[in-house]
Design a binder for this molecule. Sequence first.
Ligand code: SAM
Length: 235
Amino acid sequence: SDSHFPVPIAPSHVDYSLHYPHYFHPDTTTDDNGVSTFIPCKTRSKKIQFADIGCGFGGLLISLSTLFPETLMIGMEIRDKVTEYVKERILALREANPGQYQNASVVRTNSMKYIPNYFEKGQLSKMFFLFPDPHFKEKNHRRRVISPHLLDEYAYTLQVGGIIYTITDVEELGEWMKDCLEDHPLFEAISKEEFAADPVVKLLSSATEEGQKVARNDGQTFTAVYRRISLVATD
Ligand code: SAM
């Protein structure tokens, strides 16, 4: 349950030094008894820009880490053991490849509840929802990780121009995610040309463990990629 993992009370309380020690020193103050306390950070030189929601075993993060070596990115995963696995995987890669993979990390959390605790308004430039659990049944729509309500939250977190990537092998869920995005006033589909030219689109299937599984079974996938737009009237 949620009580098993800490939740930062605000994005300034996320301790970047734990995730990206190559970029951030621990920000602490030590009292007379030698007890140190984390100092919330309001002015960071760099902020997390990519979030992989329900990152699973971390394949996408690993690929993005070298494709965007200067961008801080984080995976959010609710399963404890899977999160630990991804942590170890990244640490091993850092050790084997000095200077690399310092920009990728993972956190155990419930993304459906705590995204605003991790990211400020307009902070992210990319969000990923790759092969999310389907929650097929009608009554479970509200448990789906893409919903009209949660899209409001994702729109808040994404910068204008930021991109949301979704993919699934469950046709009904693919349609649902696309419909939700299509109906939301703050998102528009990216053009066919942009879709074809974006190197990240190719990774959605090829770099994720779930995408590889679907490909091995010759399964179909359903992708929706949308841009966060502003609501300013254009006429
Ligand atoms: N994105 C990965 C991939 O494509 O290989 C993993 C896909 S897996 C089918 C879905 C993942 O989402 C699981 O690892 C699950 O634990 C995680 N998950 C489900 N609900 C979540 C939530 N509320 N917050 C964070 N992660 C969640």
